[in-house]
Design a protein around this ligand. Structure first.
Ligand code: B16
Ligand code: MG
Length: 213
């Protein structure tokens, strides 16, 4: 086996909360008259909530906002987003992802999460994966967002493995950049499936089984 552990990004890899993020940001942006579309949304993948807000505010032309006003805007986006998450259930975990995760575990690999999201544990509970992973590194234990490698280095540390022995699976270019910066091999899916910096470019989640041995 080439790796001892696999570190999975959550949104866009294990499940697809990215559309909910988009709809929540869109609602906030529309209410403030800020132009926001799917192209700008691509820049928010893997990026923290507050940094996402700053990207959206690049097109804001109203009076200057204080830090506390920005916190309130981010909180209101999160309230909208959490309402969507409440409707998620184990049926939002695809058979392909579930079966592949089980096969990887059966091969003796340690499995961890490396996500920027502060909602990680809630999402995992909603999709029936509470307690499944050997470790969770997420937005609640980091101070620097992807492309900084902190979230993946902490995940590797939590499973007591070196970066060189872990594979990072990501859908965001910022996430692949974070993996490279941390000394990890990476597998790109979705938006990162054609990104040249990824060690492997995958068409689907199940392809992981072909690259780990
Ligand atoms: P939250 P990932 C990231 O999740 C999302 O891709 C990104 O759009 C979001 O802003 C970030 O989590 C923070 O999420 O507001 O829930 O803390 O792809 O790193 O799993
Ligand atoms: Mg992601």
């Amino acid at each position: 086996m080439k790796y001892k552990a696999i570190i999975f990004d959550l949104d866009g890899v294990i499940c697809f909360t990215d559309e909910y993020h988009y709809q929540a940001w869109k609602q906030l942006a529309d209410s403030m008259g800020i132009p926001f579309d799917r192209k700008i949304n691509e820049r928010l993948r893997g990026v923290s909530r507050m940094e996402s807000l700053e990207i959206i505010l690049e097109n804001y032309t109203g009076p200057a906002l204080t830090d506390s006003e920005k916190e309130k805007l981010a909180a209101s986006k999160n309230d909208i987003y959490r309402k969507s998450l409440e409707n998620m259930s184990p049926s939002d975990l695809s058979d392909e992802v579930r079966d592949t995760l089980n096969e990887l575990r059966d091969k003796g690999l340690k499995l961890a999460i490396g996500s920027s999201s502060k909602n990680t544990k809630f999402i995992l509970k909603q999709i029936g994966l509470e307690g499944f992973f050997d470790a969770i590194s997420d937005g609640t234990n980091i101070t620097r967002s992807k492309p900084d490698p902190e979230v993946f280095l902490k995940a590797a540390d939590f499973v007591s493995e070196d970066a060189a022995d872990c594979l990072v699976v990501e859908d965001a270019e910022a996430g692949i950049d974070a993996a490279v910066a941390g000394g990890f091999d990476s597998a790109g899916l979705g938006s990162a499936s054609k990104y040249e910096k990824a060690t492997y470019r995958l068409e689907s989640f199940g392809d992981l089984l072909n690259v780990i041995s």
